[in-house]
Structures are given as C-alpha cells and as structure tokens.
Design a protein around this ligand. Structure first.
Ligand code: IPT
Length: 960
C-alpha cells in the first residue's frame, strides 16, 4: 500500500509560508555534495528507520546533491510529451514507484551562531522531484511536492553542533506528478540546492520591493512591503532606512527595461540582518489593448526556456545559465518564458542584470488529460484546489522581487477550470503590478493577455485585425506564447511572423519553441559521442525526438535557426530606399546611441573599400535616410554591407559585436558566363569525350571530368525529410513517399551526338505512377570547361510538391574543401534565409554539415554564383551556375541521411555526394504549427538550369 501522503492531491505539509528567495548576511550552510543514496523499486521496499542516527547506510552508494538519480547510475531517464508514463488514475500512482532514500551527516561550522534558546534556522530545498519526506535528527519535518518550487522547514531546535543527520525519502511518482506533465524528461531526485539558513531573531523574514516608474514624470515610486521593523536603503537614490509600509517618490530615476536594465544596489535590513537587493524601476500596464512597460509598447522577441543540461538534466550549472543568457542577448532575444515552471532563482537574477523580459510560469501542466478529453482534469476538480493555489503562491512569493518578471503565467496546457481561475484571482490580488497569462484560458475569462500557441500566420493576421476569437480577447494584447517550433531543421516562416508583429499593434511578439534541444550526452559501443532522445533508454512509452526542438543544440552550439532568429529580429533594420540607405530602429525603449555603423564594399566577395557611417541616434521607431558612400564603379558583382555594432563593451558582448546588418547591391552580376562551346565530340566504342568530359557511350552518363572520376549528374528530387516535413496530421513527407519520390527511376530516351553537342534525353518517374519529369541534358564544351543545360518538364499530373529540384553527382572523396560566392556562411532554405548574406565563403565538406541530433536534410547553401571544391593536392572542380544555384555536399547520400536516427549512424563513404539545385521546398514549422507558406512551396514546374564545370589538375609533385 502506498503511503497516504504520496497519493494525496493536497500540497505537502510541514513547511513554512512561502517567501522571496534571497541571500543575506546571516550564516548559511550549503548541504550540496555527496550524500548516501539507496534506490528501492517501490515505496514499500524502501527500508524503515532511515531517519535514525544508528541506521546503517554503509552499503549505500554515494550520489551528488543536487542531481537526478537517473543520470547518476540509478534507473533510467524517460521522455514523454503529452502522455503520462503511468495509467491516468488520479490521484493514484504506480505501485512500482522508484523511491530514493538520501542521507547526509553534517556538523555545523564553528562560527555557526550558538544561542540558548536555540537559534532559529530553516532548511531550504530549492527543488525535489517529485515528492520528498524529510527528517532531521530523527524528527519528521514534513513533506514537499511541487518539484520546481522551494520548500523550507523550521529546524532551529533540532540542530546539533555535531552529528546532524538529514534524511530525505524521494518518490519518483506522487499525486503531484499529475500536475507536472511538462514536455520533458522524467527525472527524479533532489535536483536543486539544499541549504541550511540561520534565521537571526528580528531578521528579514520576507520582503517585496515594489518599484514603479511613471514615464510621464520620470518619477519612481519605491515601496517596501515587509514586517514592521524592516527597512530599505538605496544610497544612490538617497534612501536611507525607508520603513516597510511607506513609499518614497523619487525624481529622475533611471527605469529598468530589458534593453536598458538599470538596477540600483541597495539593502533590505533590520538590526540583525542585511539583504543585498537590486532595485529596478518599471511599470507594466495594459493600455489601449497593448501591453506596455514604462508607457512603451514592447514586442516579445522571445524564446521558451526549459532548464536542461546534457549531462546533469535539470541541474543547470550557473555558467550554463550565463552562457544561455549571453547567447540569447547576442542573438537579439529579448524575452524568456520559463516553460513550464520557475527556473532556478539564479536565472532570474541574471535576467534582471542582463536585461530580458520574463514570463514566469508556474510549475503546472496536466496535458495528459487532454487524451481523455479533459475528463477528470485536476484544473476543475476541487480536490486539487489547494495544490493549485499552493504552487502559484510559491511561484509568486519566490520571484516577486525580480524586475525582469513582467507577467505571471498560471502554467501550461492544463485545460481550464475553477482552480486556474482561483489561482489567477489570488495572483492579481497578491501582485496587482503584473498581468496574468495563461494560454489555455482562450477567451480571457480570468487572464489579462490573449495568448495562443502555433497559430498560423493568417490566423495571427485576423487576430491583429480584431476579427478572430471571443469578443473579450479582441481588446487584449496578443502574444504567441509558443511559435516557430525549432525541431530539427527549421523553423521556416519567422520573417512572416515578424511582419505581423509590425503590422498589428496588439500583436506583441512571441516565444519560439524552444531554446534548446534536451539531448542526453551518451557514448556508443565504440566510444563515439552522441545525444540520446526518447526511446533511447528503452522506455516502453515515449515520444522519440520531439524533445529535440531547440534553437541551440544540447551543448549550446547555436543551430542555424538561431542565426535566422537574430537576423529576423534585429533591433535595427538597414535597407535600400531609392538609392539611399535607410536605417530604422526597432528598439522598443533604447535609442541607437550605443551603436556604431560601418560599411564594407565587396567585389565578388572580396573587400575593396570600407568606412564608417555617421548615423544620428534614433529613437524607437524612427528612421534616417543617408546618402550612400561614394563608391568607385566596379566591373564585378559588388555589394555594400552595412553593419551596426556595439560601440562599447556590454555585460553580454564586447564592443564591435554586430547586432544588425544590411546588404545593398552596388554593381550587378555581369552578363552570365557563356556556356562552353566549340570542342568536338570524340566517340570510341565505350566512351564519348567532349572537352574535359568523359561519358559512358551507352547511357550518356558523365564518368570523368578531366582527371576526376565522377558519376552523374542526374536529376534528383529527394531530400532526407526534416522533422517539419514529417510533422503535422498531413505530412508533406507522406505525400512524397506515396508519390515514390524517394525511389525514382531514370529511363534513357535517347543519346544524341550532334557534332559539338551531346544531348541525353531521359524521363524520370517513380514505379507505379503515370506522372514523371522529362529531363534532357544538353552538353557542350571547350578545352577547359564542360557545360550542361538541364531542361526539365513535368509530364502528367503531379500529386504533390517536390523536396528538391536539381541534380546529384558523386565526386572523389579528396575534394573535401569548399569555397563559394553566394549566400552564407550558414545553411539557408526558401523560408529561412534572412541570416545568409552574399559573400565569398570557405568551409569543408565536413563542416558544411549541421549535426542535427536527429539526422535530416541540412547544410544547404543558396544563391551560388559559383562553387569550387578543392583537394589538398591541388585538384579542384569549379561549378558556375545560371541562374544562381544551391548546393549540399556530403560524405553520404540523402538515403543514408534519411535512414540515420543518430549522428553516429552517418559513416563517411568513399565519394562526396554533391547536389546542385534550382530550389528546395521550404521548411515551415509543421512539426508543431503551420506548414510551408504558399510562396515557399516547391511545385513541379518547367525549368532550366545551366551549370559549367571546370576541373583542374592536381599539382605535380615537385621533383626531389
Ligand atoms: C506545446 C507544449 O506547450 C510544449 O510544452 C511543447 O510540448 C510543444 O507543444 C511541442 O514541442 S503543446 C502542443 C499540443 C501545441
């Protein structure tokens, strides 16, 4: 029989009232480190008496606290998205309820205050997943639930100078698990800090610093709410000992914002305790249907952030939190939704300091009830009312002093019901300074902000026009609490969302799902590193790689999508308008005075001139038109690149960091290079020779280019489907496979020898279908160059779009270097191409690959004028294209990429597979959200592409 507290829907018990998280000058003892640990398969199997001093734990293992037992050699992680990994039988949990017993013996440090009667002290747990029962020195302190929320227990009278014994029994499953169905790994244990805090008599129990800003008068109002006797001092503002309950009016304060996070250092204090505080003045309001901070409309250019580390799970070392924030700021992210629970408090301190708007979300999700049409959903069941309120209180009380927090969120995907409405009401009463958010309240009956997830562009447009949704929501600010599902390669369509946020004042941005891939670092049998996802730990029920959907890879390497985000949401836009240069500020609050502007002129990607630009400081929304720098006429294709960079170092990036960039064409591409012509066709029994090209006599296939052995090029329509191709109820991939695009056949219609030209006519089609594509290869050459004009024409009625349209060829593996003039440096697709600029780039075939945790199409470079692949011995192959083309180059085929499920499945073969494309289908975000927008879809069409191949020889080895 399970212990009653485990299955009790009520919150835990025995802990003290929730309060703000803070560190003071009172003594504190971190209890992190190695604890003794025993994992039992069920609660009943756990030993009796672990709280007793004389209990023998010599056979137990050591385990780090904070930590998850599944990532420290006990049990295994499991991933489910929506479904509960146990029967939905609330509030019951499985009998097989892994139970971890933790024991720690500790002494008080010598300088710990020693008073009679005993000095008060609290034992603080910042997070135990999912339910912990706690004893100190044989006495039970209580039970805590609410995994990502703190619990404090009074322990003063129980403490001993030496030989304290702390015991904690942690159950993997509890009634609380029904409220914690967030889309993430199920990971258990004491995973946040444990601290013993001395509580001086007459100290600061709790406090709320309310610091408002009136943008009309530039006045700040500072008010401290706390017990009588508590005071606040902020020297810079001349505030010395303002007592709790009083407020001070302050002229000319510098407000706090995500763009200018000004904080005033101060202290909340009593005679016996001092708490350092950082005060940020700002006022959040909803006016005219818009969310405003300090009187200004703000736009969330945000991300959803889970707490995750590839080795330690939801134990996130501080330097990783800092790295996250620096990466966000450097990529023009200005907001975070703490999906779907309050993060470690340290993260919010960093948001205050660096400047990010935060939606702080309660630790609550009951998504799995959706599978039952929300029958029995705790959100509307009175038995869970206390638990809902308890969680919300612990969130708000803990985090109320952070200026970065501008909205409270009741939770995520928990249906709707009275318990949520009550939580909203309590929150509004407790903290009238921040609006309440919850996406599931679709008609805003108890929330302040209209929020949706994954709404398609046209729907957002209708919302912006005020012609969609309940009457009440039409007057509210609108945000996308989730959009742009960043699973695998994608999302596409961010630019079109940004345009909507600019068109409609009430559409105030959103939060990309999500910040990072939750891949768990593993090694295969050969010791090769890879990242694991759902199913890799033998889970009977799992949701595969749906947990790999971030803008950064698990090790925080930015994915191409993050570069796209940075470009789409850049705070300054640089464009060409009627021969002038227009600079527009898209900051919400800051002026552009902190930026310096510079320009570079490049001819065919090589810098020929540069200079600086004097741009007057612009207020938000303003723009300036500047004359173009006087530039000498050039013969080659030339582009002017203008950059806006930080003038001085900031906390998140050094001076010179580029925040925005624009490119203007200066001199167009000269007339296209004429295809090679004039060389005669030589015919032997087995071969056709045309300039540097050698063809198979029978099939007309190219077999050599000069000294390079090649195979192809042949028409190719397939790509390894992306997660977005595979997603949605009506996946593009299913149509492609049904049409047989992954198994097309090439029928030779004719090989025509026409003097100085070779024409190879084919029809390309999948088995079992009547439609196909005529692909005719028109070859001509001179002595050095071989040109192909590919003529394509659909035949019959095609049922679907095409993954790609181009040719594939095999090249010697030695051609592992790449240089091109076109867009780069990163990958780009039709609907995710803002980050790719025109330039000359170098890379290697290996470095061209984006190692998506779940392998799929990647690495496409677009708008190439030319490409050169090189080998270390000096051999090379240059390809010029008309029109511009795209390429991917890999050491494996699309079919191998398609079959791979982990990065370690990709083994280099003995050729390089080069795809040269006219186009690829866009990416979209159908893995969760809308598919590819009509303008980015690739339909079968009549098309022509000219490619000129110029091979060059390996350098001869110099004589010895
Ligand atoms: C949405 C969830 O809120 C989020 O946690 C995550 O699971 C995301 O989907 C997909 O990765 S809910 C979905 C039903 C729209």
């Amino acid at each position: 029989m399970p212990s009653s507290y485990v299955e009790d829907p009520a919150p835990g018990h025995g802990s003290s009232a929730p309060r703000a998280a803070f560190r003071s000058d009172a003594p504190a003892l971190s209890l992190g480190g190695d604890w003794r640990f025993l994992l039992s398969p069920t609660a009943d199997a756990a030993p009796n008496g672990i709280e007793r001093d004389d209990f023998e734990d010599r056979d137990w293992d050591a385990i780090p606290v904070p930590g998850h037992w599944q990532l420290n050699g006990h049990g295994r992680p499991a991933y489910t998205n929506v479904r509960y990994p146990f029967p939905v039988d609330p509030p019951h949990v499985p009998s097989d309820n892994p139970t971890g017993d933790y024991r720690l013996a500790f002494d008080l440090p010598d300088d710990w205050p020693d008073e009679r009667p005993a000095q008060p002290a609290v034992l603080r747990f910042d997070g135990i997943d999912s339910c912990g029962r706690v004893w100190l020195n044989g006495s039970e302190l209580g039970v805590t639930k609410g995994s990502r929320l703190p619990a404090e227990f009074e322990v003063g009278p129980l403490l001993r100078r030496h030989g304290n014994l702390l015991a904690v029994r942690v159950h993997q499953w509890s009634a609380g698990s029904y409220l914690e169905d967030q889309d993430m790994w199920w990971l258990s244990g004491i995973f946040r800090d444990v601290t013993l805090l001395a509580r001086p008599a007459g100290g600061v129990r709790d406090y709320h610093v309310d610091a408002g800003y009136d943008h009309l008068t530039a006045r700040g109002t500072l008010r401290l709410d706390a017990d009588p006797g508590v005071r606040i001092t902020v020297p810079e503002l001349g505030i010395a000992g303002l007592p709790a309950g009083q407020s001070a009016q302050l002229a000319d304060v510098r407000p706090w914002s995500a763009e200018e996070p000004h904080l005033y250092d101060g202290e909340v204090h009593t005679d016996t305790e001092r708490v350092p505080v950082r005060v940020g003045f700002r006022t959040v309001a909803i006016e005219d249907g818009q969310l405003k901070v300090n009187g200004r409309r703000i736009v969330f250019r945000g991300v959803n952030r889970h707490e995750f580390h590839p080795e330690s799970g939801r134990v996130v070392p501080r330097e990783f939190a800092v790295a996250d924030i620096e990466l966000m700021k450097r990529h023009n992210v200005n907001a975070v939704r703490t999906s779907h629970y309050p993060p470690d408090s340290a993260f919010l301190e960093l948001c205050d300091t660096y400047g990010l708007w935060v939606i702080d979300e309660n630790d609550l999700e009951t998504h799995g009830f959706g599978e039952l049409d929300w029958r029995g959903n705790p959100s509307d069941d009175p038995r869970w009312a206390d638990a809902y309120l308890d969680r919300m209180r612990r969130t708000v009380e803990r985090d109320k002093n952070h200026p970065s927090v501008v909205l409270w969120s009741l939770g995520n995907e928990a249906g709707t019901g009275r318990n949520l409405a009550a939580a909203a009401e309590w929150t509004r009463r407790r903290d009238p300074t921040r609006p309440v958010h919850y996406e599931g309240d679709t008609d805003c009956s108890y929330t302040d902000v209209h929020s949706r997830m994954y709404a398609a562009h046209d729907e957002v447009d209708r919302i912006g026009q005020g012609i969609e949704g309940h009457e009440r929501v039409r007057e509210r600010p609108f945000i996308l609490c989730e959009f742009g599902h960043a699973m695998g390669n994608g999302p596409g369509g961010l630019l079109e969302y940004r345009e909507l946020f600019e068109r409609h004042p009430r559409c105030q941005g959103g939060f990309v799902w999500e910040w990072l891939d939750h891949g768990i670092a593993q090694q295969d049998a050969e010791g090769r590193a890879y990242f694991a996802y759902g199913g890799d730990f033998g889970e009977p029920l799992h949701d595969g790689n749906f947990v790999i959907d971030g803008l950064v890879h698990p090790d925080r390497t930015p994915s191409p999508a993050l570069a796209e985000f940075a470009k789409v949401f850049e705070p300054v836009r640089i464009t060409a308008v009627d021969g002038a240069l227009r600079v527009t500020s898209h900051y919400d609050i800051a002026s552009t005075a902190h930026l310096v502007f510079s320009w570079v002129l490049e001819e065919e990607g090589t810098e020929v001139a540069h200079g600086t630009l004097a741009v007057p400081p612009l207020a938000p929304g303003d723009s300036a038109d500047l004359p173009l720098p006087a530039l000498a006429a050039t013969g080659a294709e030339s582009w002017l690149t203008v950059r806006a960079a930080l003038a001085a170092d900031t906390s998140w990036a050094p001076a010179g960091h580029v925040v925005a960039r624009g490119q203007l064409p200066v001199a167009p591409k000269p007339a296209p290079v004429a295809p090679a012509a004039g060389a005669a066709l030589h015919v032997t029994d087995t071969e056709l020779r045309l300039g540097p090209g050698v063809f198979d006599r029978e099939t007309g296939r190219l077999t050599a280019l000069g000294e390079l052995t090649v195979d192809g090029p042949r028409l190719d329509l397939w790509r390894a489907p992306t997660d977005n191709d595979r997603g949605s109820d009506d996946p593009e991939e299913a149509h492609w496979r049904a049409a047989g695009l992954h198994r097309i056949q090439h029928r030779l219609r004719a090989v025509e020898l026409l003097g100085d030209r070779l024409v190879v006519r084919t029809r390309v089609a999948p088995a079992g279908h009547g439609f196909g594509m005529r692909a005719d290869y028109h070859w001509s050459a001179d002595d050095q160059r071989l040109s192909l004009r590919l003529e394509l024409e659909p035949d019959g009625t095609w049922p679907c779009t095409l993954p790609r349209l181009g040719v594939r060829m095999a090249l010697p593996a030695a051609l592992g270097g790449a240089e091109w003039f076109g867009r780069g440096p990163g990958e780009a697709y039709a609907d995710s191409r803002q980050a790719a600029r025109i330039g000359r780039f170098t890379s290697t075939v290996d470095a061209l690959q984006t190692p998506y945790v779940f392998p799929q199409e990647n690495g496409n470079r677009i708008d190439l004028r030319w490409l050169r692949l090189t080998s270390t011995d000096g051999a090379s192959l240059r390809v010029d294209g008309e029109p511009a083309f795209a390429f991917t180059a890999r050491r494996w085929t699309s079919e191998q990429l398609d079959a791979a499920t982990h990065t370690t499945d990709l083994e280099p073969g003995d050729t390089i597979v080069l795809n040269l494309d006219l186009a690829q289908h866009g990416l979209g975000t159908a893995s969760c959200g809308p598919g590819v927008l009509p303008q980015h879809r690739l339909h079968p069409r009549k098309a022509s592409l000219t490619l000129t191949f110029t091979p060059s020889h390996a350098q001869e080895t110099p004589p010895r």
